[in-house]
Design a protein around this ligand. Structure first.
Ligand code: COA
Length: 226
């Protein structure tokens, strides 16, 4: 018998303009539509991902939703149903890479505590990462910030998280702007595998900017009125 799912995968969440659905195997093609976009994949790897690679990611995200209760959403336009992007939360592995983040969080036991389910990986229990990626035609309309605000609300109000962090390569100005727009505070830099400005392909020691929002950090900035 399988483990009881920690999340209801079939009930979407809604924002003003978007329908957010947990990524799972049935969403692989929609996830691929985001990640094969020529303005998206270069931020994640040195090559456009194949559909098979994205299918594997979608399966992993589905497992994370079931066993860890959270991972990324696919975002659809509520009116047209078009795939706008993907984003939201994911738990972070307990490993040396993510351990660099401890320096930016309170020196308290909850920071290092691990989630009880060790599949699909051993994850931090009390803080999550937030991110976003939009198909190019949907940039510049506030959709990433809308996904980001929904993610923060889900993290703090539904999952009871103590902190949300966000990381992006130093030169990803647009992603850093989203972090600031939704009320995350710049905390410093870590080094990890990723893209470096001006270099081809992934590098081992790319600088990543880290932003943090702690539970109780005060009211986030309001969304602009249309
Ligand atoms: C990072 C990324 C998601 C940011 O997208 P974005 O469209 O710039 O961000 P938002 O959706 O929040 O939109 C903000 C812009 O829309 C404008 N806007 C219009 N209506 C808005 C609204 N209702 N609310 C907020 N902003 C609005 C803002 O003024 C801002 O304009 P600007 O770009 O001229 O400053 C996008 O560039 C992307 O997908 N990049 C590739 C993938 C990637 O890098 N992901 C992050 C990896 S860590």
């Amino acid at each position: 018998m399988g483990d009881p799912p920690l999340a209801d995968l079939d009930t979407p969440r809604f924002t003003q303009r978007l329908r957010l659905e947990p990524v799972r195997p049935a969403k692989a093609l929609d996830l691929w539509r985001v990640h094969q976009d020529d303005k998206v994949w270069p931020w994640y790897s040195g090559a456009r991902p194949s559909l098979e690679q994205v299918r594997a990611s979608a399966a992993f995200m589905g497992d994370s939703w079931r066993l860890h209760g959270v991972h990324k959403w696919i975002a659809y336009d509520r009116g047209s149903g078009e795939v706008v992007g993907r984003g939201g939360l994911s738990r972070t592995p307990v490993d040396d890479d993510w351990g660099q983040i401890y320096a930016f969080l309170p020196d308290e036991p909850w920071v290092r505590a691990a989630h009880g389910a060790h599949r699909p990986f051993t994850a931090h229990a009390n803080w999550v990462e937030i991110g976003w990626a939009l198909r190019r035609e949907f940039w510049g309309r506030g959709y990433a910030s809308e996904i980001g605000r929904a993610g923060l609300a889900f993290a703090f109000d539904t999952l009871g998280m103590r902190a949300v962090v966000s990381c992006t390569v130093r030169h990803n100005v647009r992603s850093r702007s989203v972090m600031e727009r939704i009320g995350m505070r710049y905390a410093g830099e870590i080094r990890s595998r990723g893209m470096v400005e001006g270099a081809a392909g992934e590098q081992d020691d790319a600088p990543f900017a880290v932003c943090v929002r702690l539970r109780g950090d005060g009211a986030p900035p309001p969304a602009p009125t249309p």
